[in-house]
Ligand binder design. Structure first.
Ligand code: ASP
Ligand code: MG
Length: 422
């Protein structure tokens, strides 16, 4: 018997029929003697629908007052879900009670539409669990110190669930979703992609930040910080499969100490098409150039990812970096306007048709030659590498977008990720 948190995504909550299925699954765990806390998302499509309505009526300017109302609105999707799930559980003969974020309360800061959880009070939830009830808590929302409802950013129910699990010191947090785990890469690109039985939370962090959208990245950060045992698994298995079997399915996010030695050096191939490259050409090679260019970009709240600077010829150098594609035009305008004239150049080039492909694995820490193996695999396919960046457990390359799928497939093969593990 343990305290377990289940999180159900929007697809799993997508209809009354599916909610009944969730209720039956939760009832099974409850009857097995576990204390159950359940955190659902809004029914699929609901958050988009609500925000769409707001868009029709919104004033042109985005003020804090407007963002507050967006949270007031968007948070209602989860309130519908918890009410329906509690009703479905009661119909199963299981005592259940639902709470909105402010009732728990889940305290957040006041950054409307992207609030951060600061603390969670567990007294009320514990009392209901002790009374034998299943406790259902809205995902995605909290309350700030003025009593206003806040939301945690899109996909935020994952973070709610992990935060609740951390606050309650749950034995495990199970994230039920519409995929059956974390894969070596996107199976839509590589049909041979395999489900990983375990992945370290650091690898998961890299993969999530690279656009592998199984979990909201903040939930992974939270799990790492508070060491919450986390499992991603399918909500589409029959609800009545044996708990022992269910508890082993999906992918377990582990902490490095727990991972076995025989783990593959590279665990997965991540990729994204969200970036654009900008090159400033012929800037003087002297102190302060990187600061001048990137400082202006940072001041405009634009995030920079990969950066390279060439060695100089004749005292001049080229400087390239990537930004999110949505920020591309704004960055170019910004540089052309103020920064470049002050550096004595007006030569700037850009490319939005790039992609970033990365190999990720904690085994890279203790193995040499991994990056060169990556570069060989790409060269054998005739793929030109435009930029490279590395971290302890990741090597990324920026290449022409049209080679993305080819690169991902080649790397998946080169690192033997097509092979089932022994
Ligand atoms: N309902 C919210 C969204 O669609 C939160 C979530 O589903 O995790 O983003
Ligand atoms: Mg989600």
């Amino acid at each position: 018997m343990a305290l377990i948190v289940h999180k159900y995504g929007g697809t799993s909550m997508g209809s009354t029929e599916r909610i009944r299925n969730v209720a039956k699954r939760v009832a099974k765990w409850h009857r097995a003697g576990h204390q159950m806390v359940v955190v659902p998302s809004a029914m699929s499509g609901e958050t988009n629908r609500l925000l769409g309505l707001a868009k029709e009526l919104s004033p042109p300017k985005q003020t804090d007052e407007l963002l507050r109302e967006l949270d007031m609105l968007a948070s209602t999707g989860e309130q519908v879900s918890v009410g329906l799930l509690a009703i479905a559980l009661q119909a199963e003969g299981v005592p259940a009670v639902s709470f909105a974020g402010w009732q728990v309360p889940i305290h957040t800061n006041s950054a409307y539409t992207k609030a951060r959880i600061e603390s969670i009070e567990d007294r009320k939830v514990r009392a209901e669990l002790e009374a034998g009830k299943v406790v259902i808590i809205t995902g995605f929302q909290g309350v700030d110190d003025k009593g206003h409802i806040t939301t945690l950013g899109r996909g935020g129910s994952d973070t709610s669930a992990v935060a609740v699990a951390a606050a309650m010191k749950a034995a495990e947090c199970l994230i039920y979703t519409d995929v059956d785990g974390v894969y070596t890469t996107d199976p839509r690109v590589v049909p041979e992609a395999r489900r990983l039985q375990t992945v370290s939370f650091e690898e998961m962090l890299e993969m999530a930040s690279m656009g592998s959208k199984v979990l909201q990245i903040r939930s992974v950060e939270f799990a790492g910080k508070y060491k919450v045992p986390l499992r991603v698994l399918s909500s589409f298995t029959p609800w009545d499969i044996a708990i022992e079997e269910e508890a082993k399915s999906g992918t377990l996010i582990t902490f490095e100490e727990d991972t076995q030695m025989e783990q593959a050096v590279v665990s997965g191939i991540a990729f994204n098409r969200d970036e654009a490259k900008i090159s400033v050409l012929g800037v003087p090679d002297k102190p302060g150039i990187a600061y001048n260019i990137l400082g202006a970009v940072a001041d405009a709240n634009i995030e920079v990812d990969v950066i390279i600077q060439n060695i100089s010829k004749d005292g001049k150098t080229d400087f390239s970096f990537t930004v999110h594609r949505n920020d591309y035009a704004r960055t170019v305008d910004l540089l052309k306007g103020k920064v470049l004239p002050s550096l004595g150049t007006d030569s700037i080039e850009g490319d939005t048709r790039i992609c970033k492909v990365s190999i990720v694995g904690i085994g890279m820490r203790s193995h040499v030659g991994i990056a060169s193996k990556m570069f060989r695999a790409l060269s054998e396919e005739g793929i030109n590498i435009q930029m490279i960046s590395t971290s302890e457990i990741k090597t990324s390359v920026v290449i022409d977008e049209k080679y993305m799928e080819l690169a991902v497939r080649a790397l998946h093969r080169a690192f033997d990720l097509d092979q089932p593990t022994a």
